[in-house]
Design a protein. Structure first.
Length: 311
């Protein structure tokens, strides 16, 4: 097995690959500050309908189209309502890639908030509908066509917790390859995933795929929660090699110099390359008042295949 080379940016040529264990920022590409022009252009379009004023300021850190991670800081939440903020967010996201369905019912705009439910195997309740910790993962890892990009708009923060983290799966792969190549080999073979009840009648409730695929470009597909749920639904344990490989991956996730962490604040938008980066959030405690509870809006984006959930 060979060391992973990251996807190149749209401008050609990614950053050099070091032969020692790469660190977090090797795979979080440079941010390109382009001022407020993008947001002002969007606002100007919306202003034609009287939706929002065009006199507010923002700072934009905007990557080129194939970069891996960016935070747009920020929409003026005191001056626009949640519908207007979501509309701006939708237009900005569409400049990256095409928004696609996040459920079989065609849901395109998805609310990330705690519903008080439990994310149990086969329940269809996704962890993002709870307040539990969500370990580093790729969104929609349990589907044949996961999104290429994931966007999150923060409308409200939690009372405490809910901190965000981003990690490079290329960095993790290379670190694991250097330490335990046999673990990498197992992660390149299939695991069972819980499909979160997003399947049609007569289809299987589980889906099999490897964590790492490499056909010239390394792509990750990982969610410890959905893998554990997949094996629970099948009534079988993870094989010993698979269990050890996942444990090694989870251990790497705890190494402070392999990830960055931050708090996504109201009005800020986060964009990640979903097949190259993992993102996570810590457990959180909400405010008691419903209108103050943590609320993010998520978009999935992909240019290939159909816009429908199966892709």
């Amino acid at each position: 097995m060979t060391e992973s080379t990251p996807p190149a940016s749209g401008r050609g040529g990614g950053p050099p690959v070091r032969r020692d264990v790469p660190r977090a920022f090797e795979w979080i590409e440079h941010w390109i500050a382009v001022g407020i022009g993008v947001l002002l252009s969007v606002a100007a379009v919306l202003a034609l309908t009287g939706a929002v004023p065009v006199t507010w300021d923002a700072t934009v850190h905007w990557p080129d189209i194939r970069s891996l991670f960016a935070i747009v800081d920020r929409l003026p939440m005191a001056e626009v309502d949640t519908g207007e903020a979501t509309a701006i967010y939708w237009i900005l996201s569409s400049m990256i890639s095409r928004p696609v369905a996040q459920k079989l019912d065609g849901t395109l705009i998805y609310d990330v908030l705690d519903t008080g439910q439990q994310a149990l195997p086969g329940s269809g309740v996704r962890p993002d509908k709870t307040n539990i910790e969500i370990r580093f993962h790729n969104d929609n890892a349990y589907n044949a066509t996961p999104p290429d990009y994931v966007g999150l708009l923060c409308l409200r923060q939690a009372q405490s917790g809910g901190h965000s983290r981003v990690i490079s799966f290329h960095t993790v792969y290379n670190a694991l390859l250097a330490r335990s190549p046999e673990r990498c080999e197992r992660l390149c073979r299939p695991f069972w995933f819980d499909r979160q009840r997003e399947y049609r009648p007569g289809e299987e409730p589980t889906f099999a795929a490897p964590v790492f695929e490499n056909d010239g470009e390394l792509r990750a597909r990982f969610s410890a929660h959905q893998i554990n749920g997949g094996y629970a639904l099948r009534g079988e344990p993870v094989d010993s090699d698979g269990e050890a490989a996942i444990a090694a991956l989870l251990d790497l996730f705890e190494e402070d110099d392999l990830f960055i962490d931050f708090d996504l604040e109201p009005g800020q938008m986060q964009f990640v390359h979903n097949r190259a980066l993992g993102h996570s959030r810590t457990a959180f405690v909400d405010y008691p008042e419903p209108d103050r509870r943590r609320h993010l809006v998520r978009l999935w984006m992909r240019d290939h295949g159909r816009r429908a959930y199966p892709g």
